[in-house]
Every structure is written in C-alpha cells, then in structure tokens.
Design a protein around this ligand. Sequence first.
Ligand SMILES: [Ca+2]
Ligand SMILES: [Ca+2]
Length: 170
Amino acid sequence: MKLLVVFLLVGTMMVLSEGFPEPEPGPEAKPTEGKNSVVKRAAGCPFGWTQFGRRCLIVNAPMKWTDAQNHCLSMKGNLLSIHNVYQNSWAMSLMGGRRTWIAGSDAQEDGQWFNVDGTRFNYANWCHGEPNNHGGQEHCAEINYSDQRCWNDAPCLMHLHSICARKVNP
Ligand SMILES: [Ca+2]
Ligand SMILES: [Ca+2]
C-alpha cells in the first residue's frame, strides 16, 4: 500500500516536472461569467436593467442609431418602442432630458414609420412641424428634442443616447 502511494506521488511529480504547461490564468477569470448567467436566469431583469411594466430597460452611451440597435441585439433586446403617453413619460424621466434614440425608423420609405422591435408604430409625440425629413436625411426617431421634449426625426448617424428594452424574465 505504501509502495503504491509512493509510486503515485512520484508519478505525479514526474508529470508535473515534465513540462506541463503552466496553468493559464484564463479559467480563473471565468466565475464572473457564471455569476452573470445565474443573474440572467433569475426572475425579473438582469443586473443593471430597470423594470418597467413587462420590459427591462437600460440606457446606452451616445452612438449612431444602428450601432445602438446592434448593441441592444447583443443584449437580447431592441431599441425601446413607445406605445402610449405613459411609456413616453417614463422614458423621458429615465433620460433626464437627454436626446435619445428609440425604436422608430422610416429608413425604408420616407414617412412610413416602423419600430425596429417589430411592434406596431401606433403612438408618436412629434414636435410641431416634425417629422420633417430635414435635408432628406432624417430617418430615425429621437425623444426629448427641443425645450418641448417632444419627438423628432433626426439623421441616424448622429450620436445620441438610447434605451434598450427586453422582456422581463418569466
Ligand atoms: Ca425620413
Ligand atoms: Ca426632423
């Protein structure tokens, strides 16, 4: 029995000394990822998101409309679609007056507005005289425009804040 233990120990030492590559630090950093996936499975919203009704919202740094939507997609969401005055007020209060991209776009055909999340474009709070497709270049909808804090169509390449939305986890 003692012999066996010694044999195993020697064997282990030989394996260790014979050029086993140093353990990479990489796997040590993984547990954080595991924690996150636990959070995502929990009921409600992922960490950092705010629950509003049946959706979870998160505010993004300023970027182009398409980049904002791609960023939302990478987080299993879409740009926020707004369907009534209540949701509009809530989005405005979340943004504290900052100009903000939402899901609306008429990039396919001027004046034909769609929500990029596939929901019906059934509400808008356009500013007076908007949407005006200024310069033929404005195909993306922003909220909190002007002192009136209403909606405007703006050039999609502008860098604005944005809100992503995703469904609350069941
Ligand atoms: Ca347009
Ligand atoms: Ca405009």
